[in-house]
Design a protein around this ligand. Structure first.
Ligand code: GLU
Length: 259
């Protein structure tokens, strides 16, 4: 299976912005094992800005763009150092790719990206992708890594995109506010009712919310790729996902109608 795994900031870091070492170690171990079992993996990782906040010992995420860009430059470096170190322990080689919206909108650049990704996967490397936050201001940015995850999944013709964040999946109502909210295990069509379930809530350090996750689902489904929203607190769930078990909320693409 070719699987794109997107890790949100809330999955990778503590509320302080410092690395959640135990969780990231488990994630890298499970993903290494899945690669050993023959699956092709691509990682879309957030966390650059948050790691920069932690590394520079700031009290909170800044709101101005130049500081965010500077912190992304610091944090991206740290992020790749950690992935390189942890995946190397299991003899896997990581490759960093930083993109902006411009890179995937321009046909030539998109093709370059596709060619590089295909070659990296042929070589058995593990591509680790993030937005190029140091140059991506709002006019040219993809803007959030749920959408970036979908762009990557579609571009590499993945079978599945897994969005790992701090929520179990899509609920009938906001579970943080409504005790009667129920998890929806399967979605076969993005109806107006389904789209209305997103309320845009994100965590303090991340960018996405349910709105961006459902937008990502729309992009995946249109291209014949399934998508799962699940909680990143349990890295071992990736094994169950690879076995086809029910985890979180799965959005099913209609294969016969795929583009
Ligand atoms: N690219 C951002 C970062 O690495 C995260 C964007 C997102 O989580 O949606 O900090």
């Amino acid at each position: 299976m070719r699987m794109v795994v997107k890790l949100g900031t809330s999955t990778l870091t503590h509320a302080t912005g410092k690395l959640n070492i135990r969780r990231v170690e488990r994630l890298c171990k499970v993903m290494s094992d899945l690669k050993n079992a023959g699956h092709e993996l691509v990682l879309v990782s957030s966390g650059a800005i948050a790691m920069g906040v932690g590394k520079m010992n700031l009290a909170r995420k800044p709101s101005d763009i130049p500081t965010k860009q500077a912190l992304a430059a610091v944090g991206q470096c740290e992020l790749m150092y950690i992935y390189d170190k942890l995946f190397s322990e299991y003899h896997h080689t990581v490759a960093q790719i930083l993109l902006t919206g411009m890179d995937v909108e321009d046909p030539q650049r998109r093709e370059n990206f596709h060619n590089t990704m295909s070659r990296l996967l042929e070589l058995g490397a593990l591509p680790v992708i993030n937005e190029n936050d140091t140059v991506a201001t709002s006019e040219i940015a993809v803007g959030d890594n749920d959408t970036l995850g979908a762009i990557v999944a579609v571009n590499v013709q993945a079978d599945l995109l897994v969005l790992m964040s701090d929520i179990e999946g899509l609920y009938t109502a906001d579970p943080r506010k409504d005790p009667d909210a129920r998890l929806i295990p399967e979605i076969h069509e993005l109806t107006a009712e389904v789209l209305a379930l997103a309320d845009g809530a994100g965590s303090e350090l991340g960018t996405g919310g349910m709105v961006t996750k459902l937008r990502a689902a729309g992009m995946c489904l249109a291209a014949g790729c399934d998508m799962i929203i699940t909680n990143g607190q349990r890295p071992e769930d990736l094994y169950r996902i690879a076995e086809g078990a029910q985890v979180g909320t799965r959005f099913f693409a209609r294969k016969e109608e795929a583009l």
